[in-house]
Design a protein around this ligand. Structure first.
Ligand code: NAG
Ligand code: NAG
Ligand code: NAG
Ligand code: NAG
Ligand code: NAG
Ligand code: NAG
Ligand code: NAG
Length: 921
């Protein structure tokens, strides 16, 4: 499925991006130009030859003078000369890293010229993030003065691996992000006996064989092998690398615990082992590390399978500044000993199974960041308020009870980020004239008991950039000062409260706003104006009224706009300046008139919801330009005309088409069969005539029993001036579907639902046998048409069917015995046709009562009262051998669990429709 594939690609890109974005702020250091230095002629020529071999895509080398031009190469960009001898000592040509790094945006592309050998005094060479072709030449090994060499991310299609073992002065080597490297030919690195700093991160072919030469490098101080495929136990030979200060083995597949160290001569300061398969017990691991307890400052064991609890042993690690143990299996409560780490600045225990209260941590006199999210903590004492240096406090997703009062917060002078969300029994009670001692930057009280009053103490907070009070029991109006005093607000979420009042024009008041979610409240008045940089606007389910002329402001990044369920009216505007719109929902309002042609200019649009309005006319032909459309829902309007052919011929990736309850006429165009991704087709309650096209078996997604996706996920971005993604957001598409006669809202599993509803039209002809190829279909509703002929014999092949309604047609003949094979069927309606013969006695037909069959004069047998004559004895009374006898209750419960599986998950998704990736450098 292209959507899910795309999604995966995005994820990968995103992952790479996160991985690369750590240190990409430095791009080029310009040469230190001292007027007195003149570069040496031989070196100038060498640099020019070097330049000649390269394609300089971004003009990075434009200051490298061509003949007769700037002859002082020491002033060229990226070049630095020795201020005494004028030799070139530094060449810094680092390319930009980022989302599109490595390939498309590499500024320099081409071969490394042998002329580079002329720079005999070169000490520093950085070619990272360029695209070097033809491999890393061995002649680089003759640069005997070279101390720093950065070849990170320079290419991936080389056949040779460099052999630079002669670089006798080299102390820093970075070979990260190069897929061409293979662990088999890196042994030369072990001859670099001056090497102190070695980074080989994210190289596909680096596995545990690396140890055979690695441990010869006993002088290393920094070793970074993160993001590779090291597996097995961590060898204890690491302990014999006595100089090692920084060891990063994160993101590998290392198992076991950490080997026990002996003596205490190791000086390890930083140990990163996050995202491995370590599965020991924490006390044991800490014990094994005790020889570095005096030196260790940073320990990261996040995302492993470590069990046990933080024992008193941690108190030995008196130098610890950062302890990250998140995403493990730690349990029990936090011992008081943690409170005795005087240097600890950051403690992260989030995503574990820690119980009990947040203990007295007031001895953590240096603590600035405390992350205890996603645990099972039940209480928090006032002692937390004594952490006077605390800047970030995350207690979200616990089971905290009781009240957070002023006393908890009154001494947190430095607090900037406070997240208490999803502690549904936690009351936040402070007096309305309280003046907090801190200025918050981020505050999240989603699903806490905060209301009913809008918190007045926010009045003195002027720096908030992210505020989330969703579902926190607030009612009444937002006080007007609120809109005035938070000019730096970027995220605002007040959804699922009982808040009313008007929202003022925010375009000048909150110029940094990126996301505003006021959904499901009682806001009234006109839709406010927003700053044009906004990316998410959700005002759904309120009482906003008036027109939507604000759409004509130039929105560059607005990706998600949901104005559904309001009292908006008027004609849809003609100016659509939503250049990045992905999701547009104007449903359930009072819009009238025609859908303007100009809507076709929204080329990025993936989801269009215009349902439940009074729109008239035809679907504009211009929509054929919206090639990215995945979902179109215009249900319950007064639209007319034929179902446009472009739905299949121009837009091929559409997943959901809902045209229900309009006045569409004509027949179903066969182009609809080209929709390989189509999962939901609802044309019910129109005036559609003609036959069901035989090509219906071309609807590939419906012919597949498996769904490759759960959600229909969409992504949208905001990019900065350099074209780098500044923020990205994703959300799960939602649709309200009729299912077994009731309306359900699907979100998190929408991507799995497959159904066809052509009911209440004027369709004629037979049900094409091809329909039985749609074995992935969960619902098929052809009721209330003029269909004739018999029910396809092989209907039993549509094994996923939960819902089958063929009622109120002119179907004749017998009910195919294969129908009894539909073991998931929860609703069957064949009533009011001309069917005849005995109702097949499949085991599960017992589930249905006579209402499934009435109005067919020729039918007989259970559950109808008409008994069958002898000739009407069923031909295959016998169940096939492999069918076990299953009680009717079983099927009923199956039906119920199917529905509750649907509903259960989507209820959880409430308020969590978006996911943001904030990429701030
Ligand atoms: C020359 O370079 C050395 C080392 O880079 C530096 O310490 C010194 O300050 C420089 N001298 C002048 C005059 O710039
Ligand atoms: C090598 O360059 C990359 C960026 O291009 C940088 O992230 C990395 O830290 C550098 N390596 C070293 C050892 O300086
Ligand atoms: C460690 O460094 C010293 C001093 O530079 C050097 O003599 C020795 O050979 C190095 N050892 C190794 C194993 O590289
Ligand atoms: C490591 O990878 C290399 C190259 O892919 C392979 O030849 C070698 O067998 C692997 N070694 C181990 C221990 O898995
Ligand atoms: C159905 O699919 C087949 C094979 O992919 C193709 O040849 C045919 O043209 C398709 N029919 C329609 C109406 O799209
Ligand atoms: C990344 O590259 C693709 C194709 O080369 C381009 O369409 C896209 O705009 C680029 N994105 C950024 C953020 O530069
Ligand atoms: C469908 O059948 C009904 C009732 O028999 C009839 O009134 C109507 O004209 C038929 N429609 C078509 C399109 O045949």
């Amino acid at each position: 499925m292209s959507v899910s594939k795309k999604f995966i690609q995005q994820l990968i890109l995103f992952d790479i991006f996160v991985a690369l974005s750590v240190t990409c702020d430095v791009v080029f250091s310009s040469g230190v130009g001292d007027g007195n230095i003149k570069c040496l002629q031989t070196e100038l020529e060498a640099l020019l030859s070097f330049k000649r071999e390269l394609l300089d895509v971004r003009g990075r080398l434009s200051s490298w003078g061509n003949e007769g031009f700037n002859q002082d190469c020491c002033t060229w960009r990226g070049v630095q000369c020795d201020n005494q001898t004028s030799y070139v000592i530094r060449l810094d040509l680092r390319g930009p890293s980022g989302l599109n790094a490595s390939v498309a945006t590499a500024p320099l592309i081409g071969k490394i010229s042998p002329a580079l050998q002329e720079l005999k005094q070169l000490k520093y060479l950085d070619l990272s993030y360029n695209r070097i072709s033809g491999g890393i030449p061995d002649f680089l090994g003759s640069l005997s003065k070279l101390e720093y060499l950065n070849l990170s991310c320079v290419g991936d299609d080389f056949t040779t691996v460099p052999k630079l073992g002669d670089l006798s002065s080299l102390n820093t080597l970075d070979l990260s992000y190069n897929d061409f490297l293979s662990v088999n030919n890196l042994e030369w690195i072990s001859r670099l006996y001056q090497l102190r700093y070695l980074a080989i991160r994210y190289v596909n072919n680096l596995n545990s064989s690396v140890y055979t030469w690695l441990f010869k490098l006993s002088n290393l101080t920094h070793l970074d092998l993160s993001g590779n495929t090291l597996y097995g136990q961590i060898p204890d030979a690491f302990w014999s690398m006595k100089s090692l200060k920084h060891l990063d083995l994160s993101r590998n597949a290392l198992g076991g615990g950490f080997p026990r160290c002996l003596g205490n001569s190791s000086n390890l300061k930083l140990l990163l082992l996050s995202s491995n398969n370590l599965d020991g017990q924490l006390p044991e691991i800490m014990n094994n590390l005790s020889c570095v307890s005096h030196s260790l400052e940073y320990l990261n064991l996040e995302e492993n399978h470590i069990g046990g609890s933080l024992t008193d042993i941690v108190a030995k690690f008196a130098s610890l500044r950062e302890l990250r143990l998140g995403r493990n299996k730690l349990n029990e409560s936090i011992p008081g000993a943690v409170g005795k780490l005087p240097s600890l600045v950051l403690l992260d225990l989030s995503w574990n199974k820690i119980t009990g209260s947040v203990p007295d941590l007031f001895l953590l006199s240096s603590l600035r960041e405390l992350y205890l999210s996603h645990n099972q903590l039940t209480g928090v004492t006032e002692s937390i308020g004594r952490l006077s240096k605390l800047e970030k406090l995350y207690l979200d997703f616990n089971q905290l009870e009781g009240t957070i009062a002023e006393a908890h917060l009154s001494k947190l002078l430095k607090l900037r980020e406070l997240d208490l969300s999803y502690n549904t029994q936690l009351h936040i009670r402070v007096s309305s004239d309280w003046i907090p001692p801190f200025q918050l930057d981020l505050i999240r009280f989603t699903h806490c008991k905060l209301g009913p009053q809008f918190p007045n103490w926010l009045r003195n907070q002027n720096n908030i950039s992210e505020l989330e009070f969703s579902a926190s029991g607030i009612s009444g109006n937002v006080p007007s000062w609120f809109w005035e005093q938070l000019p730096g607000l970027t995220f605002l979420n007040l959804s699922y409260n009982d808040i009313g009042g008007n929202v003022p024009d925010l375009s000048k008041k909150m110029t940094d706003l990126l996301c505003i979610d006021l959904a499901t409240n009682k806001f009234t008045g006109p839709v406010p104006r927003f700053p044009t940089s906004v990316i998410t606007v959700d005002l759904s389910n309120n009482m906003f009224s008036g027109t939507i002329s604000f759409i004509c402001d130039n929105f560059d990044y607005l990706g998600y706009l949901d104005l559904s369920d309001n009292r908006l009216s008027g004609e849809l505007p003609h100016c659509w300046t939503l250049r990045s719109i992905v999701h547009l929902n104007l449903g359930t309002n009072n819009f009238f008139g025609e859908i303007p042609d100009s809507i076709g200019s929204l080329q990025t649009m993936g989801m269009l919801h215009l349902q439940n309005n009074h729109l008239t006319g035809e679907l504009p032909q211009s929509l054929a330009n919206c090639k990215k459309l995945r979902v179109i829902n215009v249900q319950s309007n007064n639209l007319s005309g034929e179902i446009p052919e472009w739905i299949g011929s121009n837009i091929s990736d559409i997943i959901i088409v809902i045209l229900k309850s309009n006045r569409f006429s004509g027949s179903i165009p066969s182009t609809i069969c080209q929709l390989k991704e189509l999962q939901i087709l609802d044309l019910s309650e129109n005036k559609i005539s003609g036959i069901i096209p035989k090509c219906i078996n071309n609807l590939t997604a419906m012919t597949e029993e498996e769904s490759t996706m759960h959600q229909i996920k969409s992504w949208y971005f905001q990019v900065d001036d350099q074209g780098e993604v500044k923020i990205n957001a994703s959300y799960d598409e939602t649709a309200v579907l009729m299912w077994k006669g009731r309306q359900f809202e699907y979100s998190s599993i929408l991507g799995m639902v497959k159904s066809i509803d052509l009911s209440s039209n004027n369709m004629v002809g037979e049900i094409p046998v091809e329909i039985t190829s749609l074995v992935g279909l969960h619902g098929l509703n052809l009721s209330s048409n003029n269909l004739t002929g018999s029910i396809p014999l092989r209907i039993g092949e549509m094994r996923a069917l939960n819902f089958l309604d063929l009622s109120i047609n002119d179907l004749t003949g017998e009910i195919p015995a294969s129908l009894s094979q539909l073991s998931h069927l929860g609703v069957l309606n064949l009533s009011y046709n001309n069917l005849s013969g005995r109702i097949p006695l499949g085991e599960h037909s017992l589930t249905f009562n006579n209402r499934s069959y009435i109005g067919n004069h020729g039918l007989c047998g259970y559950p109808l009262t008409e008994t069958c004559s002898l000739e009407e004895l069923p031909r295959d009374l016998m169940l096939s051998d492999e069918d076990e006898f299953i009680t009717p209750e079983f099927y009923i419960s199956m039906g119920i669990s199917f529905i509750s599986a649907f509903l259960g998950v989507s209820a959880l998704m409430l308020n969590r429709r978006w996911t943001y990736g904030l990429l701030r450098y």
